[in-house]
Design a protein around this ligand. Structure first.
Ligand code: AMP
Length: 220
């Protein structure tokens, strides 16, 4: 089963993706995580993408598509994948369709998370992530704080803040989202596979509620 996650930065895509992965027993692939790991490990890819991430801009399509298509061919994804952060442009969405068609697969659901803009920045600046690359659990200092400050509840790893989770870069990332990614929502709506859900403190609905809603649609 292939599920893709759409939504502005800070809507909770990563959190919902992890919960769906657990419930459906399929792995998640986060394009952002792939790029961050490459930067951390100072690989050739890391050098190529570092500037884009630090500015909150999208990595060029050609490179992103190449990296993700290579990952999608790995054997651990044979039964499905939750794609978190990919596709993010019309070119990527069209290419993904073609790639899946060539491989006899198709997207089961495009999950679109919506959060009021004023909540997004607050959510992003308070986000903390487990630095253990095997864990990467996401916390929020206000909405979902760790039991012990700076320490991951799950594995005891050190919690860190993403470099691009600062107010200056966030504005750029949001602008990039509204300009380049939001249009692909229509693309999936027309295909009849779009599932939109609001995530907001205003309606007391969090990522875990959305994940449960989706899992029940898949009989889980
Ligand atoms: P994310 O972790 O999904 O917020 O992504 C972090 C950063 O990685 C983005 O701001 C982009 O610079 C880059 N990135 C992630 N996914 C993509 C994508 N599908 N296309 C282009 N750039 C991406």
């Amino acid at each position: 089963m292939i599920i893709i996650m759409l939504g502005a930065p800070g809507t909770g895509k990563g959190t919902v993706a992890e919960l769906l992965a657990k419930g459906l027993n399929i792995p998640t692939v986060s394009s952002g995580d792939i790029f961050r790991k490459a930067i951390q490990e100072k690989t050739e890819l890391g050098k190529q993408v570092e500037e884009y991430l630090s500015r909150g801009e999208l990595v060029p399509d050609e490179l992103t598509i190449k990296v993700i298509e290579a990952r999608l061919q790995e054997p651990d994804l044979k039964d499905g994948v939750i794609l978190d952060g990919y596709p993010r442009t019309t070119a990527q969405a069209e290419r993904l369709d073609k790639f899946l068609e060539e491989n006899g697969k198709k997207i089961a659901m495009a999950v679109n998370l919506e959060t009021p803009k004023e909540e997004l920045i607050e959510r992003i600046v308070n986000r903390r992530i487990c630095s253990n690359s095997e864990c990467k659990t996401i916390f929020n200092l206000k909405l979902n704080p760790p039991k012990q400050e700076g320490i991951c509840d799950k594995c005891g790893g050190k919690l860190i803040q993403r470099k691009d989770d600062n107010e200056e870069v966030i504005n750029n990332r949001l602008e990039t989202y509204f300009k380049q990614t939001k249009p692909i929502i229509d693309f999936y709506e027309k295909k009849g596979i779009l599932y939109t859900s609001e995530v907001s403190v205003k309606i007391n609905k969090m990522g875990k509620d959305v994940a449960n809603e989706i899992l029940s649609k898949f009989g889980k």
